[in-house]
Design a protein around this ligand. Structure first.
Ligand SMILES: Nc1ncnc2c1ncn2[C@@H]1O[C@H](COP(=O)(O)OP(=O)(O)O)[C@@H](O)[C@H]1O
Ligand SMILES: [Mg+2]
Length: 311
């Protein structure tokens, strides 16, 4: 079997996720080559250990860059940390306003709160960058090479986390507003309120996009090994829980050689795991990719890999 449906026009966002080293980046890059034949495609990495450059054999950075020699393919590495510091610079005044008007904190306290890490907000900001790009609409397809499982999951649960944070801030605002209204009879929303509304909209946009199964698809990548299968099970289960239904699974690094004792032994073990995968993920469409004799690096190797992925 092969991956299907990725050329549907409504499908904008395609995410590849799984354990470290199973082939996420390789799948994402090959899919980029495949889709770029018909669509303006942007390949995005959110893995802090970016490796699109290594995979494509061309330097990719924090600005969108066209990939040489491949028409319609561009790439971008998003740094969640950078996205967060941009966010903090942009909204510093608004956040300070909320804290300053709604609490009894002094300047110094506010500064220390402002520098506290909000769990996961850097990644939300990374994701916000993606949603902004999609809404800008310069590309037809956005392929995301995500960070290993834990990270990817955290990313997807973040809208909720951020939502809780917004609620706390909104509550503070509400009290402040109540006081102002009580004393002066009139309350004019300020930039603190605008900020909360904006953040809430961002959360809704991210959630809306991820949960729209016509517009986005998360493809799980695994290998026929025990640990990887267990991790894939958790990943698929959690994604489903967050309303992101996984439909397709890539099983990479499958050994096909059986002409030596060593290969037979490995291959037998893999066969058992592949049976297990078919049983455990019977609801998913599975694509098997053979182990290649060499690393899959550079456009030639990726083009070859692409044939297995899409046949
Ligand atoms: N089917 C395969 N056969 C041989 N090597 C592969 C295969 N798939 C991926 N690789 C290689 O394995 C390494 C890890 O793949 P990568 O896509 O970077 O994994 P991930 O992004 O999940 O960490 C890379 O060096 C890649 O070239
Ligand atoms: Mg990778």
């Amino acid at each position: 079997m092969a991956l299907t449906g990725l050329k549907e026009n409504a499908l904008k966002l395609i995410l590849f996720g799984g354990k470290g080293g199973v082939g996420k980046t390789t799948c994402a890059s090959s899919t980029g080559l495949y889709l770029a034949k018909d669509f303006k495609t942007l390949l995005i990495s959110t893995d802090p250990a970016h490796s699109l450059s290594d995979s494509l054999g061309e330097v990719v950075g924090s600005e969108i860059k066209e990939i040489k020699g491949i028409k319609n393919l561009s790439a971008l590495e998003i740094s969640a940390e950078k996205a967060l510091s941009k966010f903090k610079i942009k909204y510093k005044a608004e956040i300070r306003k909320i804290l300053g008007t709604s609490t009894y904190l002094d300047e110094e306290d506010i500064d220390s709160i402002f520098d506290l890490p909000i769990p996961g907000i850097d990644e939300v900001m990374g994701f916000k960058t993606i949603v902004d790009l999609i809404e800008e609409g310069k590309f037809d397809k956005y392929i995301v090479d995500t960070a290993p499982t834990g990270h990817a999951l955290r990313l997807l649960t973040l809208p909720e986390l951020l939502d809780d944070w917004i609620k706390v801030m909104a509550k503070m605002r509400w009290k402040y507003r109540y006081m102002v209204e009580t004393f002066s009879g009139k309350y004019n929303p300020d930039e603190g309120d605008d900020f909360l509304v904006e953040m809430k909209k961002t959360v809704n946009r991210i959630e809306g996009l991820l949960r729209d199964d016509k517009a986005s698809e998360f493809i799980a990548v695994t290998i026929p090994e025990d640990m990887a299968i267990l991790e894939t099970e958790r990943l698929v289960k959690n994604l489903n829980k967050y309303g992101l239904k996984v439909k397709q699974l890539v099983v990479n690094n499958v050994l096909e050689l059986r002409d030596c004792e060593f290969c037979r032994e490995r291959s037998n073990a893999q066969e058992e795991y592949i049976k297990q995968i078919r049983r455990k993920f019977s609801q998913l469409k599975t694509t098997i990719i053979p182990l290649q004799p060499r690393e899959v690096k550079g456009t030639r190797a990726l083009n070859n890999f692409k044939e297995f992925l899409f046949q």
